[in-house]
Design a protein around this ligand. Structure first.
Ligand SMILES: Nc1ncnc2c1ncn2[C@@H]1O[C@H](COP(=O)(O)OP(=O)(O)OP(=O)(O)O)[C@@H](O)[C@H]1O
Ligand SMILES: [Mg+2]
Length: 162
């Protein structure tokens, strides 16, 4: 099952992420996919707000990972794999040890998707005709996130099932 929507602005991308954030729990993994500048970091900004974080979200392209605290002691782990060249390099960072205790969002996450079991995927793509429009496709692997997809379908208007 895939769900698709169009965002017409950075504000709308943030709002979409903010709206669906409450559908996720600790231990969940979200892989963000999409070309440079499609809005992956903007998506994380909205997502962090949606789980009640007041921390500033910045791109971890160089730090590789940022932690943000959210409501009820929850933590968001924000990773960017753009500069990580191999699965070994990623594993050496030891970040997966945190996954059970955080909600984890990984920019360029599909690079090493094969090493992850159950994940939710958010793919952002440019729309050829409009500069600020992005096609956002939501999908999941494994059983775990089927319920997540259903609760997102209740929350977001204008979703196309595909
Ligand atoms: N609909 C939209 N959604 C998100 N960002 C948009 C949208 N329209 C325009 N933008 C602009 O596109 C850029 C998205 O930047 P952002 O850093 O979120 O991209 P990114 O996918 O994280 O890039 P990178 O691959 O470098 O990490 C911003 O400059 C933002 O203002
Ligand atoms: Mg980014």
């Amino acid at each position: 099952m895939k769900l698709r929507t169009i965002s017409k602005s950075e504000h709308e991308t943030k709002h979409i992420a903010q709206t669906i954030a409450s559908c996720f729990n600790l231990g969940d993994l979200i892989l963000l996919d999409g070309d440079l500048g499609t809005g992956k970091t903007y998506f994380v900004k909205g997502f962090a707000e949606g789980i009640g974080s007041a921390d500033p979200v910045t791109s971890p392209t160089f730090s590789l990972a940022n932690f943000y605290s959210a409501r009820n002691g929850m933590e968001l782990l924000h990773i960017d794999l753009y500069r990580v060249e191999s699965v070994d390099e990623f594993n050496d960072l030891g970040l997966t040890d945190f996954f059970p205790q955080t909600i984890t969002v990984i920019e360029w996450g599909m690079k090493f998707a094969g090493i992850f079991d159950d994940y939710f995927s958010v793919s952002l793509a440019y729309c050829s005709d409009k500069k600020d429009a992005r096609e956002i496709t939501l999908s999941c692997t494994g059983e775990k996130h089927i319920a997540t997809m259903n609760s997102i379908a209740q929350k977001l208007p204008n979703l196309i099932s595909c």
